[in-house]
Each structure stands twice: as structure tokens, then as C-alpha cells.
Ligand binder design. Structure first.
Ligand SMILES: Cc1cc2nc3c(=O)[nH]c(=O)nc-3n(C[C@H](O)[C@H](O)[C@H](O)COP(=O)(O)O)c2cc1C
Length: 335
């Protein structure tokens, strides 16, 4: 059911533009922001921008598509929060792997309190690579986070016992493989470190000065950052494996939507999230994760959940491209 008079075309285009702008605040692998939006009166189209794909680490585009799925979820939430009723067709063009979603609005309806709450978390959510502290995340909070993933067509499998030991070994192995590969090093050096005037990539001030003490190593960026690493050892962190029933681009997109949904839910519950994707990038370690799922699905991303140290300074925000670099109000320009 929708409320109010028929929306004006200009009003709808403005809503699409605003949704694209909010989509741009989504997390993405190495902050590549590999999306582009086309806002017209007939809808808002989300396309992959392959010029910002990690060609070496992510040749199939799995992480690119997961990142775009997170942007899609952010954009849909923005439309809901603004009182629109969005409809989505995912993977709308069978001939184009770059056409990821076509969004239209079918009318107006007030957002639910939950939608508004999650929308407010968009500006709070961030990646924290420092160790988590003290207590474990309560079971009830983890269950709500898992449910958010399930509601978006994915699953979240908790890794414990021997699986956790195997994850630690696999994560270390994936880091080693990445750092020993000259092409991967070059690609990572391009995207990570420095002050990053391009407004893409991971700036030094979001990367700890030294590797944090954790049972499962985070991604080794191959160079220290400037972020104070914090004290303690993240023994209390909990690890989950985000998975989908299939391993096709449509599944990757859903995984990204689920990632955004559970990360915003976690933020709302005061739980810090760190994605670990090198274990998924490297085929041999992805196989290890696949076996842990025992036929339940395909691994998309490992997520570390924990409680952040309340005495630590906040992580400086990671910049984003200006909206005009990722959104076009008319025809998509030819490269
Ligand atoms: C698909 C995906 C994979 C990611 N993989 C990693 C990772 O392996 N290690 C890491 O430290 N951050 C990882 N991140 C976090 C991004 O680097 C981060 O979202 C981006 O730099 C933007 O920063 P923000 O999340 O603080 O806004 C990943 C994010 C996404 C969406």
C-alpha cells in the first residue's frame, strides 16, 4: 500500500540521485567503490565499474559484486528512509554481467522505525582493524546479526573449535600467497597506503602501525599504517562465514546486500565488524572455507565480530569519491 499523490518525475529523479549518493558510502574491497549509477525518470540503474576492479586479487569480480551489493542495500535503505517504496530487479540483463540492479519506486510509504535506525547507522559504520577487547559479543546480538544476513538471502556460519584453528592457518597462508605474488603486491600498493588524494583506496590512517594481536590474522597490507594499534589481544573476537546457496554473480550481489544489512545491524548493537577477504580470494584457502560449510553453501566473506575498546579514539573516516564521479543523470558515457 502506498500513501499520497502521484510523485512528480523531478522528485523521483532527485530521490534516485540521493539514493546513489548514499550507496556510495557503502563498504567496498580496498575502498575501490566499483559501482556506477544511472539515475533517470525510469529508474536507478546500478552497474559494475570494472575500471576499479582488483584484476589480480579478484579476477572473477566476486568481491567487486559483493561491494556493489552493499551499495545496493544502502541505496534501497535510503529510498525507504525517504518514504519511497522501491522495487528491484537484480541482474536485469542476461547479456550484461555489468548490469547489477534496476531500481524503481512504486509509490510512497513511511519508513519503519527499524529502517530509519539502520539508515542512521550508515554514517556511523566503519571498518575497525584494531583488536577487539574483553567480553565476547553476546549470543543474542550475534543471532540478530545472523538473522539480518538470512533475511537477505545469505547465511552466517559461526566458526569455532577446529574450524577456527583452520581459519587462522588459512588466513596466514592467504596473506603469504598474496605478499609473495609480485602482481598482487603492485595492485595492493596502488590501493593501500599514503594519503590517497584520489578519494579511493585505504588510507594509512585506517591501517594499524603494527599487526594487531589476534588469533586469526587480518589482511596483511604489506606496509604499516599510522593508526595506533591499540592494546590487548582479540581473543574474544567471534568469526562468522557469510555464505550463499550458489556462487554466481546474482549470489555475490545478495551476499553484498546481506553484508550491508548485518554490518549496519551490528553497528546498531555496538558490535565492531572486520571483513577478511584474502582467504576468499585465494582458491586453495577458499576451498578450506567451502569444506567448513559441509554443503550448506559457498563462502563469500569471513567476518570478525567484537566489541571495540571504548577508550580508543575513533578510526578516521575513509573518504569516498564525490557522487558526480559515480552517478550519471543521463546516458552512461562511453569510456
Ligand atoms: C567485499 C569486502 C572485502 C573487504 N575485505 C577486507 C579485508 O580483507 N581486510 C580489511 O582490513 N578490510 C576489508 N574490507 C573493508 C574495506 O577495506 C572498507 O570497507 C573500505 O576501506 C571503506 O572503509 P569503511 O568500511 O571504514 O567505510 C572489505 C570490504 C568489503 C566490502
Amino acid at each position: 500500500m502506498t500513501d499520497g499523490p502521484e510523485p512528480q518525475a523531478d522528485e523521483v529523479i532527485e530521490a534516485y540521485r540521493r539514493a546513489a549518493e548514499v550507496g556510495g558510502r557503502a563498504p567496498s574491497v580496498h575502498n575501490t567503490q566499483p559501482w556506477r549509477w544511472l539515475a533517470t525518470r525510469t529508474g536507478l540503474e546500478l552497474r559494475a565499474d570494472r575500471s576499479r576492479q582488483l584484476r589480480v586479487a579478484d579476477p572473477e569480480g566476486r568481491l567487486l559484486t559483493i561491494s556493489c551489493g552493499a551499495a545496493l542495500h544502502h541505496a534501497l535503505l535510503a529510498l525507504h528512509a525517504a518514504g519511497w517504496v522501491p522495487q528491484v530487479v537484480r541482474m536485469p540483463d542476461a547479456r550484461s554481467a555489468d548490469a547489477l540492479a534496476q531500481i524503481t519506486v512504486s509509490g510512497r510509504q513511511a519508513a519503519t522505525a527499524q529502517q530509519r535506525r539502520l539508515f542512521d547507522e550508515i554514517d556511523v559504520r566503519h571498518t575497525d582493524r584494531r583488536p577487539t577487547i574483553g567480553h565476547k559479543v553476546p549470543h543474542d546480538a550475534l543471532e540478530l546479526i545472523r538473522q539480518a544476513a538470512v533475511n537477505h538471502g545469505a547465511g552466517l556460519h559461526r566458526l569455532a573449535g577446529p574450524d577456527l584453528d583452520d581459519l587462522a592457518v588459512a588466513a596466514a597462508r592467504a596473506n603469504e600467497i598474496g605478499l609473495n605474488d609480485a602482481d598482487q603486491r603492485t595492485e595492493m600498493d596502488y590501493w593501500v597506503g599514503g594519503t590517497r588524494p584520489t578519494r579511493t583506496g585505504v588510507p594509512s590512517d585506517a591501517v594499524p602501525q603494527s599487526p594487531p594481536q589476534t588469533d586469526v590474522p587480518g589482511r596483511d597490507f604489506g606496509r604499516p599504517g599510522t593508526l595506533e594499534p591499540g592494546h590487548g589481544h582479540a581473543h574474544s573476537a567471534v568469526y562468522g562465514l557469510l555464505f550463499t546457496p550458489g556462487d554466481q554473480p546474482g549470489d555475490w550481489l545478495r551476499a553484498g546486500e546481506a553484508l550491508s544489512a548485518c554490518w549496519l545491524k551490528a553497528t546498531d548493537l555496538g558490535v565492531a565488524v572486520l571483513p577478511l577477504s584474502s582467504v576468499v580470494e585465494v582458491p586453495v584457502t577458499r576451498q578450506i572455507l567451502h569444506r567448513m560449510l559441509a554443503g550448506a553453501g559457498h563462502p563469500m566473506l569471513v567476518l570478525r565480530f567484537g566489541l571495540a575498546d571504548p577508550d580508543q579514539a575513533p578510526v578516521p573516516g575513509t573518504p569516498r569519491l564525490p557522487a558526480e564521479r559515480t552517478t550519471w543523470p543521463g546516458q552512461i558515457p562511453q569510456p
